[in-house]
Design a protein around this ligand. Structure first.
Ligand SMILES: *[C@@H]1O[C@H](CO)[C@@H](O)[C@H](O)[C@H]1NC(C)=O
Ligand SMILES: *[C@@H]1O[C@H](CO)[C@@H](O)[C@H](O)[C@H]1NC(C)=O
Ligand SMILES: *[C@@H]1O[C@H](CO)[C@@H](O)[C@H](O)[C@H]1NC(C)=O
Ligand SMILES: *[C@@H]1O[C@H](CO)[C@@H](O)[C@H](O)[C@H]1NC(C)=O
Ligand SMILES: *[C@@H]1O[C@H](CO)[C@@H](O)[C@H](O)[C@H]1NC(C)=O
Ligand SMILES: *[C@@H]1O[C@H](CO)[C@@H](O)[C@H](O)[C@H]1NC(C)=O
Ligand SMILES: *[C@@H]1O[C@H](CO)[C@@H](O)[C@H](O)[C@H]1NC(C)=O
Ligand SMILES: *[C@@H]1O[C@H](CO)[C@@H](O)[C@H](O)[C@H]1NC(C)=O
Ligand SMILES: *[C@@H]1O[C@H](CO)[C@@H](O)[C@H](O)[C@H]1NC(C)=O
Ligand SMILES: *[C@@H]1O[C@H](CO)[C@@H](O)[C@H](O)[C@H]1NC(C)=O
Ligand SMILES: *[C@@H]1O[C@H](CO)[C@@H](O)[C@H](O)[C@H]1NC(C)=O
Ligand SMILES: *[C@@H]1O[C@H](CO)[C@@H](O)[C@H](O)[C@H]1NC(C)=O
Length: 560
């Protein structure tokens, strides 16, 4: 795995999620937009969190109960939840533990099902996804305080965010796994402890995640399947977004030039430079590779593995590094996770991951705070990092097992088995992600065979729709209407969110919420225009109304 060498970046949530701040519209000076909350009809008043007798609070679980009004900086009740550490095996001497935060759903029609969320890395904490992507409260970079997340996945179903493998975040113990198969074994040990503690036997389980979890999720799901044990490992589907699932060079080099050609109005690289990288693209054989293999349907038979530019001393053929360096000259805050970002770097509660990130002196990292660690039953004093600074594969490199992991789960049978077992696999991609771009993921998929054929037969192009919705929370907004495109072939759904970066549920929470409804079988597909299943009704607005005020009310000094 070469992710550490790619410009020192890690595959995890780190970027600032640009707030959809409305004051940006003020530069259009003809009329000053005024934001009003849509008149909420009685039925859509944000309900108080329901207090109902919990089926989960028992003698065994009470040590994990989190005080919903006692979470530092969070000024509202987050409801019932459980957090803490559980061992990775039932050996009474087992000291190695994974960390979890479990939220029973607020859905009044709860099902015996649970969704696991995993961030990537390898080595990054799933609490970063909790707090910036799909948790019940979010605290995005550049914002002062956490807010209630109207698109929390807990609205739909029971959710668990898990820090894994050993070595990440609050987990306890020394990493000694060497590959993804051992990682899945470790995970299953934890999952058994969790099911026994909370008595969730036979519950349907969905595994979801992002980025390097493109490896974790299929391997864990495949590990579930291999057990033939639905009491503990009742796999019902998986979802991954902006995933690494194939060869690094295919996903991160071959696609760079077409990506730049498409987005250069934003990246603004100069013509001399573009000509250079076009020429280099031919010399490095990426142009011919793209022309030959990026086809729908694909040419049949296995695609050759292009030479890995990191395996030579010079990085001439690393188009990724070449373009990234140039992009940073034009826009020093260029964010490979979200290419529309410009300066300044917003401060993140998760701390610095890339050396260029900004952190003011004495800034605290939320999950490294003593009061937060106490509230979540972590070991107080744990040095929490968003992404671990040690190798979570112990002395291995993640790819030392017989099923060659270096070609990725899309190319070694692992993902194929998961798709064929569930016929419920969803792969998503934020189009503004440069690190793992949409067409790179598709190119990896074109080399995969499942349910009797190779690749997708057509480029995904049906219009994806995210419902309009009534609530308005200025700290957590989600777009509506046509948001991307999608297709479904033989048990695999692929979708894009045009305005999402790498951390898709953080940038386009409405699209991600709809995705989860589809994964859980509550909505047919992404073309559906029905409202969110948790909000009975049909809305045509976003809850935001722009009103023209009279010219005289415009204050010149507001035209920042
Ligand atoms: C989620 O639940 C909250 C609180 O019950 C509610 O205000 C919000 O509208 C719900 N969102 C969706 C998408 O269902
Ligand atoms: C939960 O936290 C709040 C705020 O710190 C505190 O007032 C309350 O007593 C706590 N509840 C319990 C049951 O500990
Ligand atoms: C990791 O360490 C545990 C406990 O010492 C041991 O039981 C296990 O076999 C080790 N695993 C590997 C892959 O070395
Ligand atoms: C699961 O079942 C398959 C097919 O019956 C078998 O090959 C495999 O060994 C079983 N796995 C376990 C862990 O029992
Ligand atoms: C992705 O591929 C499609 C289909 O060939 C093409 O239309 C689009 O421009 C490509 N996008 C990028 C960003 O390369
Ligand atoms: C590109 O392909 C040509 C012809 O197959 C080969 O001679 C050349 O070495 C390749 N270049 C690189 C950088 O792999
Ligand atoms: C394509 O898949 C085959 C297995 O079917 C694998 O051997 C090959 O390495 C893969 N090629 C790439 C570029 O991932
Ligand atoms: C064009 O971009 C390249 C790469 O960033 C840079 O080295 C070069 O100086 C730029 N040329 C001009 C005229 O700005
Ligand atoms: C995390 O907190 C510990 C004290 O518990 C401190 O030593 C460490 O420097 C903190 N880490 C960061 C990155 O701030
Ligand atoms: C990973 O380790 C295995 C054996 O431990 C080795 O065969 C393989 O070459 C290594 N891969 C990389 C990319 O270093
Ligand atoms: C999955 O879908 C394929 C059609 O694409 C079908 O042939 C197969 O039987 C289905 N498998 C399961 C387990 O439902
Ligand atoms: C919601 O409105 C859309 C657009 O008018 C319509 O297509 C859809 O059928 C409506 N859905 C419901 C549940 O009424």
């Amino acid at each position: 795995m070469r992710f550490l060498s790619i410009a020192g970046t890690l595959l995890c949530a780190t970027s600032a999620l640009a707030g959809s701040s409305l004051h940006k519209h003020k530069v259009f000076n003809k009329a000053r937009p005024v934001v009003e909350k849509r008149e909420a009809s009685q039925a859509f008043k944000s309900p108080e969190l329901q207090k109902r007798a919990s089926r989960f609070l028992t003698e065994k679980t009470k040590e994990f109960a989190v005080n919903g009004t006692g979470i530092p900086e969070v000024p509202f009740d987050v409801g019932e939840s459980y957090a803490g550490l559980l061992p990775i095996s039932d050996d009474p001497d087992e000291t190695r533990k994974l960390f979890f935060w479990f939220f029973p759903t607020t859905n009044p029609d709860p099902q015996d099902e649970i969704v696991i969320w995993l961030n990537g890395g390898p080595g990054c904490s799933s609490l970063s996804g909790f707090i910036t992507e799909n948790g019940p409260f979010t605290w995005e970079a550049g914002t002062l305080a956490p807010v209630q997340n109207p698109y929390s996945w807990t609205n739909l179903t029971n959710m668990i965010w898990i820090e894994q493998p050993i070595g990440v975040g609050y987990t306890q113990g020394t990493p000694n796994i060497t590959d993804e198969v051992e990682l899945a074994t470790e995970f299953r040990g934890f999952w058994k402890s969790f099911f026994d503690t909370f008595e969730l036997h036979n519950w349907k389980t969905y595994v979801t995640g992002e980025s390097y979890a493109g490896y974790y999720v299929p391997y864990i799901a495949d590990g579930f399947i291999q057990q033939n044990d639905t009491e503990y490992f009742n796999l019902a589907g998986i979802s991954i977004n902006d995933p690494i699932i194939g060869d690094d060079t295919v996903q991160q080099q071959v696609v760079v030039l077409p990506y730049v050609e498409y987005w250069n109005n934003l990246m603004y690289l100069n013509e001399t430079f573009l000509d250079q990288i076009r020429k280099r693209n031919e010399e490095c054989n990426y142009t011919s590779y793209w022309d030959t293999y990026f086809k729908f349907p694909p040419p049949s038979g296995p695609f050759p593995v292009p030479p890995d530019p990191y395996e030579t001393d010079d990085l001439t053929c690393s188009q990724f590094d070449t373009v990234y360096s140039a992009a940073l000259e034009v826009n020093p805050c260029f964010n490979i996770y979200h290419i529309t970002e410009t300066c300044p770097h917003p401060f993140s509660q998760l701390g610095i991951v890339n050396s260029g990130d900004y952190s003011p002196p004495n800034a605290k990292i939320y999950f490294n705070r003593t009061d937060v660690q106490e509230a979540l039953h972590a070991v107080v004093g744990t040095n929490w990092l968003q992404c671990s600074d040690i190798n979570v594969f112990g002395n291995g490199n993640g790819s030392s097992n017989a099923q060659d992991a270096s070609v990725g789960p899309a190319n070694n049978g692992v993902l194929q088995r998961v798709i064929e077992y569930t016929n419920n696999t969803i792969i998503g991609s934020g189009d503004l992600d440069f690190l793992l771009s949409t067409n790179g993921t598709l190119l990896a998929i074109q080399n995969m065979t499942w349910n009797g054929a190779q690749g997708l037969q057509e480029y995904p192009s049906k219009r994806l729709y995210a419902p309009y919705h009534p609530e308005y929370n200025g700290g957590a907004l989600a777009g509506s209407g046509v948001q991307g495109s999608w297709s479904h072939e033989r048990g695999l759904t692929f979708y894009t969110a045009q305005l999402a970066g790498h951390e898709l549920p953080g940038y386009t929470p409405g699209v991600a919420f709809r995705m989860l409804e589809i994964l859980l079988g509550k909505v047919d597909d992404f073309s559906s225009t029905e409202g969110f299943t948790t909000q009975k009704g049909n809305f045509t607005g976003t809850g935001i109304i722009y009103k023209r005020e009279s010219e005289s009310s415009i204050e010149v000094d507001s035209l920042i």
